[in-house]
Design a protein around this ligand. Structure first.
Ligand code: HEC
Ligand code: HEC
Ligand code: HEC
Ligand code: HEC
Length: 431
């Protein structure tokens, strides 16, 4: 038989424990609310629909503003990335011959933080009197108002010197946030239109999807379509390089003719969104923001770190929330992927240069355009694959296996191109 006195003590014990727990939770809650109140001012100043000055937004959100401002900082290079905007042509002289006849052979810098986007586009030696306004599209939050007012067609058709040259604001809050609700939003037409053609309505995206879509407005491969230079993303057939090549081939699209080989070339531009899309992290639902803007504690509140940069500078917050490996181990895993990519990428460059030299020799010996058409086509196919990896900024990390597959195909096409050109050279010299 149970003792009634014992029973009562047990009851009192549980009631006391319950009240203590409830009180603790209440206190913690009040404390957190207080901390939030300290983090954000109690009176919100409304921000205009096209407010491009981050400082004005920052009056409401000092933590986000302060961390955003740090994108100005140069913490120096990492193994293959980082925020030091060194001249790539000096570090990787192969690029000069690979881009012969194209402005990237004159000036090609490593990218750095968002704070610098407007400065760097204006200083780029690739921008001149004839540059299309389309070039400003991913460099300034002033783009949004002009696209709205002028309409996208007229905005892209204009000249850089007439519109973009007068801008002074870099990438800012307005590029990712709705000024009324602070929700993430995508306003740039090219992303919305490209996703629409893939059957995806961006306005219906989940919050986790938006945490990559906001970046996908700019960190992508693109081209200027037709006379009006209409900014277009080549995603109709898919995100990997084979689908993108197939898309371009259908349009017969060419950026320039290679000065040495005469091949019709395509320049690939920073396809981070596409590459991430083919990798294990995207497959597992991990967004750009999870690694590049991880949560941080400010007091007892979780906030998003707006100092967007290399995650190698912030392994603790960027990776260790999901991976229990220690920091050295995580860095070693990234470096192993990057070193393998770099080694294969370098071999690809040598193969492409051999193809270029072989085509030139055959041409100099008298091979005509018709005879060299196939070797040139193969040069194009090899180089656009190599460039898809070289211009992507993670050195393979965003999608290691797709990256190595792409490079091995590039080597194969380059050697086929070389063999084809050498065959013509032998045919001609043996006559
Ligand atoms: C799983 C984590 C992870 C995800 C998800 C991720 N990245 Fe990265 N990203 C990295 C790592 C690691 C590097 C290599 C940094 C280095 O070499 O210093 C990198 C490099 C970069 C760089 C170059 C940084 C530099 O310092 O030069 C850019 C730009 C970038 N990522 C953009 C994106 C975008 C855009 C997305 C989403 C479409 C994305 N990343 C998704 C981890 C991630
Ligand atoms: C409006 C266009 C735009 C948007 C939106 C954008 N970026 Fe960028 N990003 C750029 C440009 C342009 C640069 C290069 C700036 C330079 O080098 O002057 C850059 C640079 C970077 C870098 C290199 C930083 C460094 O220190 O080397 C990283 C990492 C990056 N972006 C990640 C992201 C992520 C993650 C998102 C989404 C949360 C994002 N970006 C959204 C245009 C954009
Ligand atoms: C490149 C895109 C980008 C830019 C630029 C940007 N943000 Fe954010 N911001 C984000 C993302 C992504 C989140 C996380 C939202 C989520 O997960 O729902 C965020 C979250 C926030 C939040 C919610 C609280 C938090 O910290 O998670 C505030 C407030 C905020 N940002 C303010 C700002 C301000 C102020 C600026 C300009 C100084 C700014 N943001 C610039 C992408 C951006
Ligand atoms: C939001 C969670 C999350 C974050 C943040 C994250 N990862 Fe992962 N990572 C995963 C998942 C999920 C996988 C898939 C494998 C698995 O299920 O364990 C994975 C796989 C990997 C792999 C194996 C890749 C392969 O090809 O097999 C490496 C290496 C890795 N992550 C490194 C990193 C690094 C470095 C960072 C920080 C820059 C990071 N991860 C950030 C969740 C995450």
């Amino acid at each position: 038989m149970a003792n009634p006195i014992k029973k009562r003590y047990v009851l009192i014990f549980f009631v006391t424990a319950f009240i203590t727990a409830a009180l603790t939770l209440l206190l913690v809650n009040i404390f957190e609310k207080k901390q939030e109140a300290n983090l954000y001012p109690s009176v919100f100043k409304p921000v205009g629909d096209y407010e491009t000055d981050p400082k004005v937004w920052g009056e409401n959100f000092p933590f986000e503003y302060d961390s955003y401002k740090k994108t100005e900082t140069n913490e120096g290079p990492t193994y293959y990335g980082g925020s030091d905007n060194y001249q790539k042509l000096e570090k990787y002289p192969n690029l000069i011959r690979l881009f012969a006849g194209y402005p990237f052979s004159k000036d090609y810098r490593e990218e750095r933080g968002h704070y610098w986007a407007i400065t760097d586009v204006k200083q780029s030696l690739r921008v001149n009197e004839k540059t299309a306004n389309t070039c400003i599209s991913c460099k300034s939050s002033q783009v949004l108002e002009d696209v709205e007012k002028m309409g996208p067609e007229n905005f892209y058709k204009a000249m850089f010197k007439d519109v973009a040259a007068h801008y002074d604001k870099s990438i800012g809050c307005l590029d990712c946030h709705d000024p009324k609700t602070m929700e993430l939003r995508v306003k740039r037409p090219a992303f919305i239109e490209a996703m629409q053609r893939r059957g995806i309505d961006v306005t219906k995206a989940s919050r986790q999807e938006m945490r990559s879509y906001v970046c996908g407005q700019c960190h992508v491969e693109y081209y200027f379509k037709g006379e009006g230079k209409y900014l277009t993303f080549p995603w109709d057939k898919g995100f990997n390089v084979d689908s993108i090549e197939a898309y371009y081939d259908e349009y017969n699209f060419t950026d320039w003719n290679h000065e040495t080989s005469g091949a019709p070339m395509i320049k690939m531009q920073h396809p981070e969104f596409e590459t991430w899309n083919t990798g294990i992290h995207a497959r597992s639902g991990v967004s750009c923001v999870d690694c590049h803007m991880p949560y941080e504690r400010a007091g007892s509140v979780k906030v998003t770190n707006h100092w967007i940069k290399s995650p190698l500078r912030n392994i603790n917050n960027a990776c260790q929330t999901c991976h229990k490996w220690n920091e050295q181990e995580l860095i070693a895993r990234v470096k192993a992927i990057q070193d393998r990519t770099y080694e294969t990428m370098y071999k690809t460059e040598l193969a492409i240069l051999d193809a270029i030299d072989a085509i030139k020799k055959a041409k100099d010996a008298g091979a005509n355009d018709e005879q060299l058409a196939n070797a040139r086509k193969l040069h194009r196919r090899a180089q656009l694959r190599w460039d898809f990896i070289a211009a992507e900024n993670s050195m393979g990390f965003h999608s290691p296996q797709e990256t190595l597959k792409t490079l091995s195909n590039a080597i194969d096409y380059a050697r086929q191109s070389q063999l084809e050109a050498e065959r013509w050279l032998r045919n001609i010299t043996m006559k």
